[in-house]
Design a protein around this ligand. Structure first.
Ligand code: SF4
Length: 92
C-alpha cells in the first residue's frame, strides 16, 4: 500500500491533519473516475478538517488526477473554469 501523504510536498502543513494521511492512495486515485469509483474517497474527504487547504493545493498545483478536497478531476476542471470566467467578468 502506498500512503497518500507520499504524494504531498513536505512543506504543506495541512497534511498533518488530513483524514487520508495513512490511507491507501488507490482509494483517491481510482483507475476510472466514475461517480461510483470516487464515492469512498469523497466520503472520507467529507470528514476531513483540511479539505479546503487540500482543494486549494490541488487547484494551485494543477493536479490532473484523483480526488482532492472532495472533488474529482472533472469537478476541479469545472471549478477552475468557473473561477477563470468570474475573473474575466470582473476584469471586463
Ligand atoms: S480533503 Fe480528502 S484528499 Fe484532501 S487531505 Fe482531506 S481526506 Fe485527503
Amino acid at each position: 500500500m502506498l500512503a497518500l501523504e507520499t504524494l504531498w510536498e513536505p512543506q504543506e502543513p495541512w497534511r498533518e491533519d488530513a483524514a487520508c494521511r495513512n490511507l491507501d492512495v488507490a482509494v483517491f486515485f481510482p483507475t476510472d473516475e466514475s461517480e461510483d469509483a470516487t464515492l469512498e474517497a469523497k466520503a472520507i474527504c467529507d470528514t476531513c478538517p483540511v479539505a479546503d487547504s487540500c482543494l486549494q493545493y490541488a487547484l494551485s498545483t494543477n493536479q490532473p488526477e484523483g480526488v482532492w478536497g472532495g472533488l474529482d478531476s472533472n469537478e476541479r476542471r469545472r471549478l477552475r473554469r468557473r473561477i477563470r470566467d468570474q475573473a474575466r467578468r470582473k476584469a471586463s
